[in-house]
Design a protein around this ligand. Structure first.
Ligand code: FMN
Length: 134
């Protein structure tokens, strides 16, 4: 299995309806492809974790990078893995508040190869904590 995390800039036209549409498509497609993960949206930024079979994750990621509803996709972290961090959600959404986005912006400004494992873990823990509260 593969897990990846990317962040992108949402298009100016993106609103709650667009996010709902994205989630609906994602839930359907990802369930078919054995992909789980989480999508975060807020402050003009999307951040998403995709995990599942390597080919399916890469294919889905490529498709996502071509979507006009966002731009400047940056791969923040990618790793082979045996465990799912988000096995209970096909795709969850956290409407993050601006303070929490500070972490995300910081990660985003790092280059892929220089993101410390700790920073990634911190963001993942934050996601999980938020989701578990729901
Ligand atoms: C921020 C963002 C995240 C997305 N995440 C997913 C996803 O996890 N899975 C997915 O299938 N499509 C996702 N999409 C939508 C894809 O870009 C694409 O529109 C969709 O997969 C097309 O589905 P279809 O081939 O069934 O029409 C996302 C789009 C955006 C903008």
């Amino acid at each position: 299995m593969l897990r990846l995390l990317y962040a992108s800039q949402s298009a100016l036209t993106v609103n709650e309806d667009s996010v709902r549409n994205i989630l609906q498509t994602s839930r359907q497609n990802n369930a078919l492809h054995g992909i789980t993960g989480v999508l975060v949206f807020g402050g003009g930024v999307f951040m998403q974790v995709l995990e599942g079979p390597e080919r399916n994750v890469l294919r889905t990621y490529l498709k996502i990078t071509e979507d006009a509803r966002h731009s400047d996709c940056r791969l923040i972290h990618i790793t082979p893995t045996e465990e799912r961090l988000f096995d209970q959600w096909t795709m969850g959404i956290i409407d993050s508040d601006p303070l929490e986005f500070q972490h995300i912006s910081e990660l985003r400004s790092c280059r892929t190869e220089s993101v410390p494992g700790d920073a990634f873990r911190k963001v993942m823990q934050l996601f999980l904590a938020r989701l578990n509260k729901r």
